[in-house]
Design a protein around this ligand. Structure first.
Ligand code: BTN
Length: 248
């Protein structure tokens, strides 16, 4: 993947305009944050890296970032209205793209994209209230193996299909679909619900060391997870320390 090959392949009008490719960086989210604070990037700016040394995951975890995959961060203007729905858009966009490739991906609340029980992508949304929002996504594309514990929880397009994919193609398709969803008149809750296997299932949630089994009923208008526990409806908000098992 080169800057030229990305420019040639890109079909979106806002997202990825412009796009900057780094060979190596600590974290594209961290670097884009600096640009946003310095006002040297605006809405749609996309920062991509071939690899990251300090890729950030949710919950303070790290995101293993070897060469061969996509590590991208996109800058958005802050929008109060879509704030809590914001993380759903990229997950839905990627899932739709993968299904166009006949890969049976599905979304796990709030914004994981899974194939079977393994993660094909991770999304980390960060921002400064009232100022900007950053969507960072790591898509496992051409990675052939994952070491240790990761081999049970992560997968890649290469592992799933046996084929190598052009990173710029996946990126261009993702940005096109994401842009269509985000700026178009879509009901993102409805679109998300079409792509999940969670509804009606009993899931195990883990919070502060406690396991609780609840039944998934749907999404609230804010994009929170509505669950039923002992006959009562509860609302789960995505927050630090909340884990949901992939076994459902
Ligand atoms: C997760 O833990 O599921 C979220 C992982 C998010 C990883 C991406 S890779 C590009 C961007 N830059 C980062 O440092 N993290 C995100």
């Amino acid at each position: 993947m080169t800057s030229e090959s990305i420019s040639k392949t890109l079909r979106s009008n806002i997202l990825g305009r412009p796009v900057e490719l780094l060979e190596n960086t600590d974290s594209t989210n961290a670097q884009l944050k600096i640009k946003a604070e310095n006002h040297t990037a605006s809405q749609g700016f996309c920062l991509i890296a071939q690899q990251q040394n300090e890729g950030k995951g949710t919950d303070g975890n790290s995101w293993a970032s070897a060469k061969g995959n996509i590590y991208a961060s996109i800058l958005f203007a802050y929008d109060d209205k879509v704030n809590t729905l914001f993380p759903l858009y990229p997950a839905v966009a990627l899932c739709r793209v993968l299904r166009k490739y006949h890969i049976e991906a599905h979304v796990k609340w709030p914004n994981d994209v899974l194939i079977g029980k393994r993660k094909i992508a991770g999304i980390l949304c960060e921002g400064a209230s009232g100022k900007y929002m950053i969507m960072g996504i790591g898509i496992n594309v051409n990675q052939e193996t994952f070491a240790g514990e990761l081999s049970n929880i992560a997968t890649s397009l290469m592992i799933e299909t046996g084929n190598e994919f052009a990173l710029e193609e996946i990126l261009a398709n993702f940005l096109e679909e994401y842009e269509k969803l985000y700026y178009g008149h879509y009901d993102i809750l409805k679109e998300w619900l079409k792509l999940t296997e969670m509804i009606g299932k009993t899931i195990a949630t883990f919070q502060e060391g406690k396991e609780k089994k609840v039944k998934v009923m749907g999404l609230s208008p804010e994009g929170f997870l509505l669950v039923e526990s002992e006959g009562k409806t509860e609302t789960l908000m995505a927050r630090r320390g909340l884990d949901i098992s992939v076994d459902y």
